[in-house]
Design a protein around this ligand. Sequence first.
Ligand code: TRP
Length: 334
Amino acid sequence: MPNPKDPVDKKIILSGMRPTGKLHLGHWTGALENWVALQNDGGYSNFHLIADYHALTTNLDTSHIYEYSIDMVLDWLAAGIDPEHSPVFRQSQVKEHTELHLIFSMLITKSRLERNPTLKEQVRDLDLGPISYGYLGYPVLQAADILLYKGEIVPVGDDQLSHIEITREIARDFNRQYGNVFPEPEPKLTKFARLPGLDGKKMSKSLNNAILLSDSPEDVKKKMKKAVTDPQKIRKGDPGRPDVCLVFTYHKKFNAAEEQEIRRGCESGQLGCVDCKMRAAERINEFLDPFRERRKHYEGKPEEVKKILKNGEEHARTVAQRTMNEVHQTMKIG
Ligand code: TRP
């Protein structure tokens, strides 16, 4: 039965994240900002998945996976994802993901997957050693995630581009082999793909250099105080170099109206680092205030959050089953 909520004329957005715990400003600037903007545009139909099976590729311990998934849903809702319009769901609860993954795994070679640069980078950065069969197939499962909903636009961070390229190849190969079922999805990046962490490295919760979307105003100020600045600017009065200072990046992103004034103040030495950081903290707090308001609504209402997931999963399942029927017919299976 067609779901009345399913759009007929809107472009499909599909994106997801692995449930690794609370989200930070880097997740917002890297992808989430686009999810919310596209949702609010009105011309798109968004689907957002919690990639809980993908999480197993690098960590077999599932004891916190549910808690992390809920934390992530709360962050999405706080950021402005509206579950009435954008179903949110766990990959593990829509069985069709695993089925399509299996079919797709026949359409791609092992050597193509071994050449995937994101995989190579992760193996090196996380010191993973020998990897599992499932991990090699990470982008194949991601292709199933996207194509099950016939996703056309995939708003993600730049580290995901190589995965989306594999999704496009798989869609093309399936269509050529069996008949036209899938679109070739396009990635969509934000302007600010990478926000540095408070130590200048990539923002990441495990590096302890992140401002969380759920941080209190006091947390934000405390963290900003510790941010690394231009090492040549030691005290107020010393001229600084905004372009090498990560705090200036935060001004560019969250305080665009004062960007030029901050630049002049820093370069002339009139603006000290402590004041500059506190001004950035204030703007970030203003930015996060509406998130805090929305979060307040959901916190302490676990039943409501569970219901949101349940509804999202039902909606996703309807669409996924429809696609799988089409896949079976096209392949003349079943
Ligand atoms: N690989 C993505 C990440 O690490 C998560 C993900 C899983 C995803 N499935 C997806 C992203 C489908 C976009 C579309 O962030």
